[in-house]
Design a protein. Sequence first.
Length: 66
Amino acid sequence: MVIVADTRRLTGWQAWWGNLYNESHTYFTLMTIILIPAVAVVFGLLTDLLLSNLGISLRSRRLGEH
């Protein structure tokens, strides 16, 4: 059994990602290992920016139960 990605109707980065999977599982794995933490850092920074614009500070910790 051969497992491949069907890239006939894909364009752009989706076609590139599918072709990378079809050509080399090693490079696909390395790119996945690199991209997942990178995307997580970007999403974390965007969330921090959004929350700080809403007035929620995650940097200081003040208890509200006093």
